[in-house]
Design a protein around this ligand. Structure first.
Ligand code: FES
Length: 309
């Protein structure tokens, strides 16, 4: 993140939606207008704890084009790497944060005859900013969620005339996918297992890849600690258990680009020279895994990995 790209924002409002979901609203720290965002866009937020920092991506749920404030919804994940706990337990109204301008990796397909959106849990958030953009085209949104989250999601989806909430684990989209008109585009967002199952069902039914769009919102998980050797300088960077390789590079002030921070966009790709990588991305092919690694999510099975930077 270059200095010029950073935007300083102030926490304007924190609104609990239930025990584990909260909406956080951010305004420009100096009262200026924020950059316009597109439907489905996300921002990166930099968080500084006592001993470490995080940079996480969150979908904007505020209406696109709103330049006075950005809103995000954050799920508290006690077993996560700490970013969501910070946002639930430490963040206070008035606090200043640093963000990156909105980026949209999950646009609505302009030529679609219909939009079919399937989400699970907090994976509904990228869709919440798309409602106005769908006005001209038929659409349908299905959300699978825990029963405890149903009231909160019902409130969030109140403006959606074609939203269906399926509380419990039993939602199977196969029939839905089978009976869509030609030209329908499918959008998926949720945990990896949910997305893989829905994509597999769609592909089995003959949906072309070009009509399946996915947002990998899942936060990277930790793993065993390891060292990354940077071949060009000989420097060794330690990656802690609850840190990603990308975060370790950023903490060491090494310029490392990123967009989605979820292993899906390809922006952070680094050449791999040696080691036993633990690939966790959704972007590289099997053959590309031999020579590249996505540091936003992937780790090392061995104590050391060598990358060509
Ligand atoms: S930042 Fe998108 S794949 Fe790593």
């Amino acid at each position: 993140m270059t200095q010029s790209a950073r935007i300083h924002v102030r926490v304007a409002e924190i609104e609990p939606l239930n025990a584990t979901l909260r909406r956080i609203t951010l305004q420009h720290a100096e009262g200026a207008l924020l950059p316009a965002s597109a439907p489905g866009a996300h921002i990166q937020i930099e968080l500084r704890g006592d001993t470490r920092s995080w940079r996480n991506a969150y979908s904007l749920v505020s209406p696109p084009g709103t330049r006075t404030a950005y809103s995000i919804i954050v799920r508290k994940v006690p077993q996560g790497r700490g970013g969501s706990l910070y946002l639930h337990e430490r963040l206070a109204v008035g606090q200043t944060l640093t963000i990156l301008p909105p980026v949209n990796l999950f646009p609505i397909a302009g030529l679609a005859r219909k939009h079919l959106m399937l989400a699970a849990g907090i994976g509904v958030t990228p869709f919440l900013s798309t409602r106005a953009a769908l006005a001209e085209t038929p659409f349908e949104l299905h959300l699978r969620c825990h029963a405890a989250d149903q009231p909160a999601f019902q409130t969030l989806l109140a403006p959606w005339p074609h939203a269906h909430i399926h509380a419990g684990p039993d939602f199977n989209p196969t029939d839905l996918l089978r009976h869509q008109p030609l030209g329908t585009h499918l959008y998926l967002c949720g945990p990896t297992g949910f997305m893989q199952a829905a994509e597999a069902a769609a592909r089995t039914l003959g949906w072309p890849a070009a009509r399946i769009h996915q947002e990998h919102f899942g936060a990277p998980t930790g793993g065993r600690a390891f060292d990354a050797v940077l071949a060009r300088t000989g420097r060794t960077i330690h990656v802690a258990q609850d840190q990603t390789l990308l975060e370790a590079l950023e903490a060491a002030d090494i310029d490392a680009p990123s967009l989605c921070r979820g292993g899906a966009c390809g922006e952070c790709r680094l050449p791999l020279l040696a080691g036993t990588p633990d690939h966790r991305d959704h972007f590289l092919s099997e053959s590309e895994h031999a020579t590249s690694i996505m540091p936003c999510v992937s780790r090392s099975h061995a104590e050391t990995i060598t990358i060509d930077i």
